[in-house]
Write a protein that binds this ligand. Structure first.
Ligand code: SAM
Length: 223
């Protein structure tokens, strides 16, 4: 059971939810998850006053917390029912992890930067959700031990769809991953139908690079 959200920033959080709705997100469970999740607790203290703007913000280690309306788009596209087991690649601050924790049965999340995993762990604990498992490592290889997943969300941009993530999708499962180069990518949704993988291009996005065995190599990032 999640902890009650403190009243601090409640007005700002409601206005963010309205802004997300105005951008065409109608899934009530998704909007409720945003209302329940205090974004200001996931950003550095000096940026809390900006936490409810619909914009990405730096979270340290050269990384960012994504724009809330992009998180909302991801979550709506997955058409979640509450029963899913989900894998997230790129925990970052843990904000999207907590949104997911409110919407599905079990969340597995992988982050490659140790300092971010440590901070995310604290943020997730403070949010009071208990259905999250974190792993420090290369998310491009997935997390085989708990596969298959009903949904996989990649929060960093890759030059191509990482094969291990496709393999770890359950039947009917959906994988969301930004594919492209340094400046712009296309958010791609892959749906597994037996041995087939249906591919849809959703919208233009801009993410930090996915660094790892099946993403960008450290020395070629963002070419
Ligand atoms: N959704 C996150 C949030 O709510 O704060 C923000 C994610 S941030 C845009 C992308 C994250 O992906 C970064 O923290 C980055 O370190 C991580 N990342 C990049 N490559 C990765 C990999 N191979 N495995 C795991 N995490 C990776």
């Amino acid at each position: 059971m999640a902890r009650t959200v403190e009243p601090e920033f409640q007005g700002a959080r409601r206005r963010l939810v309205e802004a997300i709705r105005d951008k065409g997100i109608n899934d009530l469970a998704v909007l409720r998850a945003f209302e329940m999740t205090p974004r200001h607790a996931f950003v550095p203290t000096g940026l809390r006053h900006k936490a409810y703007e619909d914009a990405p913000l730096p979270i340290g280690s050269g990384q960012t917390i994504s724009q809330p309306s992009i998180h909302a788009k991801y979550l709506e596209l997955l058409r979640l029912t509450g029963r899913e087991k989900v894998l997230e690649i790129g925990t970052g601050s843990g904000y999207q992890t907590v949104l997911l924790a409110h919407l599905v049965a079990q969340v597995f999340s992988i982050e490659r930067i140790p300092a971010l995993v440590q901070q995310a762990k604290l943020n997730i604990q403070a949010a009071g959700v208990t259905n999250v498992s974190l792993l420090l490592g290369d998310g491009t290889v997935g997390w085989r031990e708990y596969a298959p997943y009903d949904a996989i969300l990649v929060s960093a941009a890759s030059p191509s769809v990482p094969e291990p993530l496709k393999e770890q999708l359950a039947e009917g499962g959906r994988l969301l991953v930004p594919i492209g180069g340094k400046d712009e990518q296309e958010l791609v949704m892959i749906t597994r139908k037996g041995t087939e993988f249906l591919r849809e291009n959703i919208l233009a996005v801009r993410f930090v690079p996915l660094l790892g065995t099946h993403g960008w190599r450290e020395n070629e990032k963002g070419k």
